[in-house]
Design a protein around this ligand. Structure first.
Ligand code: ATP
Ligand code: MG
Length: 413
């Protein structure tokens, strides 16, 4: 991609923001606020979010999920059937249009149960595991902290339908393990934390919490087991457990629930067992906050110059800056790296070197290449790895070795 053709509205000045992630992502041109809790996702954010989604997609497919895209719109009568239309807990958070008799996708248990019911009748057709990436709407009373708590946000939500509670339990554990892999791949330390079932379930649920000093949740963590308890259920902890756990602030990046047979039962969605008996279906729901993940990754990975997102989700892997004024080598490097599968942005703007460097640090390209009169004399390029301890920690590499060197850097987590 050429910088002159790719929309990156970096800003020199940004009005005060409610969080580090909102400040940096706005300044670096990833997002722009439309209203409290509603952000436009600009090209850099879209690239990063696609990468986050792809990692999740791979892990959800690996546990047997099939991807779908449901509508955000859901008819009132389906929420009446499940008892949620008039439930004060949901009334409070759900956008609805009384005139049209519609609610706007805060969560998707109802349509999932209804659609799966259309086909599934026998035990042979279970389990069914569907997931989607979707925009969700919630009337958050306290929309805040940039992408961490929006009124409109992206979520991966998965729903599973099983013949027995035991089968559901087995899948629940499989999904928890897949969540662990997702967060590790994203470079996050996520803990599996016991929490209340919230508005979804009377049982416990499991949250995936990432320690973060600016996080809104408080959790007790066991650093050896990578497990813990949300303070909302701390009365279920023993004194021993309190001693071996550390209390820290954190961000919930995922949440998984046992829903029992409530939603399938509400729609009279049952299955015929091998012995011909009509039985209830066990359902679970499993969420991951996609935009919240970008928010927490920005919150945790930055310095005074800008973002330092991990290379796996940074919008580009490398930026090429050619200061010679001719641009021949810059073009050539850009073409070569692109051919080698390295996602490269060629900064072809007619801008002073200083502002190109500042932009490169702000956006957070994992690798920055600079070709100048000085490096040209030796037939070399200056390579800087963003995130290296010292800002001037750079090396000079022969032009023909650059692609190999970057591929090696990117292959090392
Ligand atoms: P929270 O406890 O943070 O309010 P929740 O328990 O209501 O979230 P779920 O319904 O379980 O959230 O949604 C699944 C995931 O979606 C959450 O784990 C979180 O990562 C993300 N999420 C939930 N609400 C928001 C929001 N308002 N903005 C951004 N992400 C959110
Ligand atoms: Mg939750």
């Amino acid at each position: 991609m050429r910088r002159s053709q790719f929309y990156i509205p970096t800003r020199r000045e940004v009005a005060a923001q409610d969080s580090i992630n909102a400040y940096l992502l706005t300044k670096a041109g990833y997002i722009s606020q439309i209203a409290a809790g509603a952000y436009a996702l600009l090209p850099l954010a879209v690239r990063s979010l696609h990468k986050i989604e792809q990692i999740i997609r791979e892990e959800m497919d690996a546990i047997g999920g099939s991807e779908v895209v449901f509508t955000a719109l859901q008819p009132q009568e389906t929420w009446e059937k499940s008892g949620r239309w008039d439930d004060p807990n949901f009334r409070q958070i759900v956008y609805r249009d009384e005139e049209a008799g519609m609610t706007f996708g805060a969560t998707h248990e109802e349509p999932m149960a209804i659609i799966v019911k259309e086909k599934v009748q026998s035990y042979r057709e279970l389990p069914v595991i569907l997931y989607q990436f979707q925009t969700k709407f919630r009337k958050e009373l306290r929309a805040k902290s940039g992408l961490l708590r929006g009124r409109e946000f992206r979520m991966k939500d998965l729903y599973s339908f099983h013949a027995t509670e035991k089968e559901h339990q087995a899948f629940y554990e499989k999904c928890a393990a897949a969540y662990g892999r997702v967060f590790t791949r994203l470079g996050l330390n996520a803990y599996r934390v016991k929490a209340s079932g919230g508005v979804f379930s009377t049982e416990f649920s499991d949250e995936f919490q990432v320690p973060c000093p600016t996080g809104e949740d408080e959790v007790w963590l066991d650093h050896t087991e990578m497990t813990g308890f949300n303070t909302e259920v701390e009365e279920s902890m023993t004194n021993e457990q309190k001693k071996s756990h550390e209390r820290v602030r954190s961000v919930e990046v995922g949440n998984i629930f046992h829903l029992g047979t409530k939603y399938p039962d509400a729609f009279d969605f049952k299955y015929l067992d091998a012995d011909g008996a009509r039985k209830s279906i066990y359902m679970g729901s499993y969420g991951i906050g996609i935009t919240r993940l970008l928010g927490v990754l920005a919150e945790l990975n930055n310095d005074e110059h800008g973002l330092r997102l991990p290379a796996v989700i940074a919008p580009f892997q490398c930026v090429v800056i050619d200061l010679t004024g001719e641009g021949v080598t810059g073009q050539k490097l850009y073409a070569e790296l692109t051919a080698a599968g390295i996602e490269t942005l060629y900064d072809d703007r007619d801008e002073p070197a200083g502002s190109k460097f500042a932009d490169a640090d702000l956006v957070g390209f994992p690798v920055r290449l600079v070709y100048s009169q000085k490096t040209a004399q030796e037939g070399k390029v200056e390579l800087k790895i963003r995130g290296a301890a010292a800002v001037d920690d750079v090396e000079l590499i022969p032009v023909e070795e650059v692609a190999d060197r970057i591929s090696k850097i990117l292959a090392t987590p």
